[in-house]
Design a protein around this ligand. Structure first.
Ligand code: PHE
Length: 455
C-alpha cells in the first residue's frame, strides 16, 4: 500500500473534524427537531448527551482510528478483532444511508441560494418550499450537490477537504450571530426564547414498568431518542467519520483536547442556529412542532423577504450553509471511499464517483417525496445511529480495553487517571445510556408504526 496521507497541520485535523461535525445537523435539523420535540427539554437532553455520551464516544472513535491508521472497517481487523468488523460495516452503512437524504437537503440549500438572489421565494415562502423540496427540481439539485461532494473527495485529503473547511466555521458563527441579534429585536420573539431556553422540569421525567419487559413512559420517551441521536448525528458519530479522520492524525497530538474543541464548537453552532430559527418561528406565528423539515427554510425565507438587503443577506447565509453541508457530506463520502481505496487499492477519483452515484440513487425517493426523507431520517435516528454508537462503545470498552487508554493518552499530558475514568465510564454509564436510547427509539418506532416505509 502506498504511504497514507496525513493532515498538513494539527489545525487541519481539528478544522476538518469541526467541518464534519458542523453541518445541516446543527443548522437545519437541530432547530427543527428542538421545536418539534419539546423545546428546552430537548435542549437539555441534547447538551447532556453531547457531553456525557458524545464526548466519550468520540474519543473511542478517535482511538480506533489513530491506533489502527486505517479506514473505519479495516481498523477493527488491524487492531486484531476481525469479529468486530461489523461495527465498522454498520457505521459505514449508516453513513451511506444518511448521506442519501443529506444530499437532498443540500440540494434545497443550493436552490435557496438562487431563490434569494432572484427573490423567488419572497412572495410565498411556504408555497415556495413546497414546490422546490420535492419532485424533479429537488432531484436535479440533489444530483448537483452530490457531484460537488464527489469532486472534492476525488481531490484527496489535503487539497480538497482541508482547504474547503478553513473559512467555514468563522463565517457561520458571524452570520448566525448577526441574525440572532437581529431576531432579538423583533417583537413577538420572546415566547420563542422561553420555549427554547427555559426547561419545564416536570417534563424531564421517565418512568419504567416491568411486565415482563421493561417499558417506559413519560414525557422523555419521545425526546430521548431524538435528542441523543441528534447529538450523535451532529457530532458525526456512529458513521465511521471520526474513525476515518483520526486515522490521518499523528501520535503527538492530544485527542482529548481536540475532541473537547469539536464538541463545544459544534454544540455552540447548534444553539446559535436555534436562537435564530426558533424565535423566528414564534414571530411568524408557526406552532412549535408544525414547522417540520421546512422550518429552517420557511422561517428564514420569510425573514429575508422582510429584511433590507434581504436578497444579499439570504444568498450569503445559504452559501455559508452550503459550505457547512458540503464539508459534512465530504466526510461521509470520505468514509466509504477510504475503505474501498485502502482495501482494493482502487483509484480514489473513480471510487468516489461510483459511490457518489450509488448514494444518489438511494436518495432519489427522498428527493421525490419528503415523506420518504422523513422515513429515512426517522430510521437513522431511532435505530441506526444509537446501534452503531453502541457497537463502538462495546468494542472499545469491553473488547479492546486497556490499550485504548494508552492510545488516548499518547500525545497528551493527561494522567492515567483520566484515561482510566474515561474507559470505566464508557464501559458502564455511557453504554447504559445508549442502550436506553436505542430501546426507546425502537419502542416508538414500532408503536408509531414508523418502521413501515411510506409507499
Ligand atoms: N455532523 C454532520 C452535521 O451535523 C453530519 C455528519 C454526520 C457528517 C456524520 C459526517 C458524518 O450535519
Amino acid at each position: 500500500m502506498s504511504q497514507r496521507e496525513t493532515w498538513a497541520t494539527r489545525a487541519g485535523f481539528i478544522l476538518a473534524a469541526v467541518g464534519s461535525a458542523v453541518g445541516l445537523g446543527n443548522i437545519w435539523q437541530f432547530p427543527f427537531k428542538t421545536s418539534a420535540y419539546g423545546g428546552a427539554t430537548f435542549l437539555v437532553v441534547y447538551l447532556a448527551a453531547a457531553l456525557g455520551i458524545g464526548l466519550p464516544a468520540m474519543l473511542a472513535e478517535f482511538v480506533i482510528g489513530r491506533q489502527s491508521n486505517l479506514n473505519a472497517i479495516g481498523a477493527f481487523e488491524r487492531l486484531g478483532h476481525r469479529n468486530w468488523k461489523w461495527v465498522g460495516v454498520l457505521g459505514v452503512g449508516t453513513g451511506f444511508w444518511i448521506l442519501s437524504y443529506y444530499s437532498v437537503v443540500g440540494g434545497w440549500v443550493l436552490r435557496y441560494i438562487g431563490g434569494s438572489l432572484t427573490g423567488a421565494y419572497f412572495a410565498g415562502p411556504a408555497s415556495y418550499f413546497g414546490s422546490v423540496s420535492a419532485g424533479l427540481d429537488a432531484l436535479v439539485l440533489h444530483a448537483v450537490f452530490m457531484l460537488l461532494v464527489v469532486a472534492i473527495v476525488a481531490g484527496g485529503v489535503e487539497d480538497g477537504i482541508e482547504r474547503a473547511t478553513k473559512l467555514m466555521v468563522p463565517s457561520i458563527v458571524v452570520i448566525l450571530g448577526a441574525l440572532a441579534v437581529w431576531v432579538f429585536t423583533l417583537s413577538g420573539a420572546s415566547p420563542g426564547y422561553v420555549y427554547f431556553l427555559s426547561p419545564d422540569l416536570s417534563q424531564l421525567s421517565l418512568s419504567v414498568s416491568f411486565d415482563p419487559f421493561p417499558s417506559f413512559s413519560g414525557p422523555l420517551t419521545n425526546v430521548i431518542p431524538f435528542a441523543v441521536s441528534q447529538a450523535f448525528f451532529s457530532l458525526s458519530l456512529g458513521m465511521g467519520a471520526m474513525i476515518t479522520y483520526a486515522s490521518y492524525v499523528g501520535e503527538d497530538q492530544s485527542l482529548f483536547g481536540d475532541s473537547i474543541t469539536v464538541v463545544v464548537l459544534n454544540s455552540a453552532v447548534g444553539v446559535l442556529a436555534g436562537l435564530v430559527v426558533i424565535p423566528l418561528l414564534f414571530v411568524q406565528g408557526v406552532e412549535p412542532g408544525s414547522g417540520g423539515a421546512g422550518a429552517l427554510f420557511i422561517s428564514l425565507a420569510t425573514a429575508f423577504a422582510e429584511l433590507p438587503a434581504g436578497r444579499l443577506v439570504g444568498a450569503v447565509f445559504f452559501a455559508v450553509v452550503l459550505i457547512a453541508a458540503l464539508s459534512s457530506a465530504i466526510s461521509l463520502l470520505e468514509v466509504v471511499t477510504s475503505y474501498v481505496v485502502d482495501t482494493y487499492g482502487a483509484r480514489r477519483p473513480r471510487v468516489a464517483a461510483v459511490l457518489g452515484g450509488l448514494i444518489f440513487l438511494l436518495g432519489t425517493p427522498s428527493a421525490w417525496d419528503t415523506a420518504w426523507l422523513t422515513w429515512f431520517d426517522t430510521l437513522a435516528y431511532q435505530l441506526l445511529l444509537p446501534l452503531s454508537v453502541l457497537g463502538v462503545l462495546l468494542f472499545v470498552g469491553w473488547v479492546y480495553g486497556r490499550p485504548a487508554v494508552e492510545e488516548l493518552l499518547s500525545g497528551s499530558s493527561l494522567g492515567q487517571g483520566v484515561g482510566a475514568t474515561w474507559l470505566w465510564l464508557a464501559r458502564t454509564v455511557v453504554i447504559l445510556a445508549v442502550l436506553l436510547t436505542l430501546w426507546l427509539g425502537v419502542q416508538t418506532l414500532f408503536l408509531d408504526g414508523a418502521v413501515v416505509p411510506p409507499v
